[in-house]
Ligand binder design. Structure first.
Ligand SMILES: Nc1ncnc2c1ncn2[C@@H]1O[C@H](COP(=O)(O)OP(=O)(O)OP(=O)(O)O)[C@@H](O)[C@H]1O
Length: 261
């Protein structure tokens, strides 16, 4: 399990996160929502050890993140940042193989190659293997990045959980691939309950449909967290986004939709 305990993060006099506590559990998809500038990416960076909180701690399997080396983290936790881009031309196979870097020192093993192949098939980018990554469309690049991060944590490790943390994974995807990706994540979680998946998204309805847990951030604080029923009330959404939604809910069918007029 990944836990944030009373996280406060500030730059100068500006507090970006204040007293944020939450948990991310195995077998669950936790989605972080909130308006622009709320502190979502900052929280993700704190969870990934990219930023050091002023107060509070992040615990991975009960141990402070500081206790893990970058290599140890790289072997069990993959991070997909916002707007990943490369400055040099690599082909798609090479980009996906970057996911295996924490697992080999000089030459990839057959197992590393197998992970790349399987993840590329899973995310529908095998056909692009020889293409120059820089020539791909935004959506194609995003799917290659999914393959890269999943390749990194492709194989279960006995007695350990694996972590996938993604900042806005859906931004470049059309509606088909958005749904496909969310279904793929759900399938992975069903088949491999040692996976902990965390994502920042902007689409409230996708979060309502797919998330096991939602964390709504507003002004650096957790405004609400829990199931969609706990979080996506008209009042919470209006507080966060300054727009009052029409909520269409059918609890018997476990469906909740938000419209804005
Ligand atoms: N290095 C920095 N110096 C000053 N302010 C910063 C810095 N990094 C982030 N901020 C500010 O902190 C706030 C939270 O930023 P963050 O990127 O976490 O927001 P976000 O919720 O991910 O937003 P978005 O949905 O727009 O991506 C923003 O107001 C941002 O401008």
């Amino acid at each position: 399990m990944l836990q944030a305990e009373n996280i406060t993060y500030a730059i100068g006099s500006k507090t970006l996160l204040q007293d944020v506590s939450t948990t991310f559990e195995p077998g669950k998809l936790t989605l972080i929502l909130g308006p622009n500038g709320a502190g979502k990416s900052t929280l993700v960076k704190v969870l990934c050890k990219q930023l050091k909180p002023a107060h509070g701690e992040v615990l991975l399997e009960g141990k402070n993140l500081k206790a893990y080396s970058d290599l140890e983290l790289g072997q069990r936790r993959a991070v997909l940042s916002q707007n990943v881009d490369l400055a040099f031309p690599l082909n798609v196979w090479e980009v996906v193989m970057m996911g295996r870097y924490p697992h080999f020192s000089i030459k990839p093993s057959a197992k590393d190659e197998q992970a790349c192949q399987e993840a590329m098939h899973y995310f529908d980018v095998w056909e692009l293997a020889e293409r120059n990554y820089l020539t791909l469309s935004g959506g194609e690049k995003q799917r290659v990045q999914f393959a890269r991060v999943m390749t990194q944590i492709w194989y279960p490790v006995s007695g350990q959980n694996r972590y996938l943390i993604m900042d806005e994974p859906l931004s470049f995807l059309d509606v088909h691939y958005q749904f496909q990706f969310m279904h793929q994540v759900q399938d992975l979680l069903r088949q491999q309950p040692d996976l902990v998946v965390v994502g920042v998204v902007h689409d409230l309805n996708l979060a309502a449909k797919f998330a096991d847990k939602i964390i709504l951030i507003h002004g650096g604080k957790v405004l609400a967290q829990g199931s969609k029923w706990d979080v996506l009330s008209a009042a919470n959404v209006e507080t966060a986004y300054r727009l009052r939604p029409v909520v269409m809910a059918d609890q018997a069918k476990d469906s909740l939709y938000l419209f804005f007029e």
